[in-house]
Design a protein around this ligand. Structure first.
Ligand code: CO8
Length: 258
């Protein structure tokens, strides 16, 4: 098992819990941390003993953004020619569901990483924001694209142009997060949901996530066709027969990924 300097990796049953762990910098996302996170997640994504991920930080900060100290002296050529940070998006291409359990600050790249996850649970002290404009740049990890889809153009535009933060309550109302909990409970609730997801047919969980992401990423007609074909495909599996038989026979299904 690899050992990492900036993240903690734990398996809790079928749930992989990843904790960002650079407390001195409020979990600022430097390249070493992001490389470790991607290494751990890509390995666990293909581990059939893992059904879902929970990604979290500390009670004070999920992540306070990309590491400003690491990036402050970069030139345009360093970034453009080096295709800098373009690998971050790989988190959004993992096949298994990821729940972000966000307490405290999720700012800049931290907010963007949370939005790359499939579900966000927030602690009541969570603060979301894209403050890049206030430090002389703009979002680069999907903030201008995913925040609009999550909360609509008017508020997203306002947040991105002013750097203003959003509270957990507002994030809940506007649909950015699925649920809000007292901050001590956020991680446990996320693990509970990840366990529930892990109890279903893994094959069908992956298929459902893929189909939902079609809605997010492509046009309606293409997305509907993708969904219908995936739905039909489930009828080629034993898990579909088992799930429906169990309902009819009033018993618990035993999914075997077959
Ligand atoms: N980078 C580096 N260090 C940081 C960062 C950061 N983003 N955020 C906090 N730190 C460090 C501080 O420098 C400080 O270190 P030190 O003790 O050595 O001085 C330590 O963490 C504690 O921070 P504070 O003392 O500032 O703590 P406060 O509680 O006073 O304030 C805040 C907390 C409000 C979160 C404050 O730290 C802050 O404003 N941080 C910066 C937030 C920010 O601007 N984030 C956006 C960064 S830009 C970005 O994310 C671009 C993403 C591009 C992604 C592209 C992907 C493809």
């Amino acid at each position: 098992k690899a050992s990492y300097n900036n993240i903690l990796v734990e398996k809790r049953g079928k749930v992989a819990l990843l904790t960002l762990n650079r407390p001195k910098a409020l979990n600022a996302l430097n390249s070493e941390l992001m490389n470790e996170l991607q290494d751990a997640m890509s390995t666990l994504d293909t581990d059939s003993g893992v059904g879902a991920f929970v990604l979290t930080g500390s009670e004070k900060a999920f992540a306070a953004g990309a590491d400003i100290k690491e990036m402050s002296s970069k030139t345009f050529v360093d970034t453009y020619k080096g295709n800098w940070l373009s690998n971050w998006g790989s988190i959004s291409r993992l096949r298994k569901p990821i729940i972000a359990a966000v307490n405290g600050y999720a700012l800049g790249g931290g907010c963007e990483v949370a939005m790359m996850c499939d579900i966000i649970y927030a602690g009541d002290n969570a603060r979301f924001g894209q403050p890049e404009i206030t430090i002389g740049t703009i979002p680069g990890g999907g903030g201008t694209q995913r925040l609009i889809r999550a909360i609509g153009k008017a508020r997203a535009m306002e947040m991105i142009l002013t750097g203003e933060q959003m509270t957990a309550e507002e994030a809940l109302r506007s649909g950015l997060v699925a649920k809000v909990f007292p901050k001590e409970e956020t991680v446990a609730k996320a693990i509970e949901t990840a366990e529930k997801i892990s109890s279903f047919s893994q094959n069908h969980v992956i298929m459902a996530k893929e189909a939902v992401n079609q809605a997010y990423e492509v046009g309606l007609q293409q997305g509907l066709l993708f969904e219908l074909r995936s739905f039909w495909t489930t009828f080629a599996t034993e898990d579909q027969k088992e799930g429906m038989a169990a309902f009819i026979e009033k018993r618990k299904p035993n999914f075997r990924d077959q």
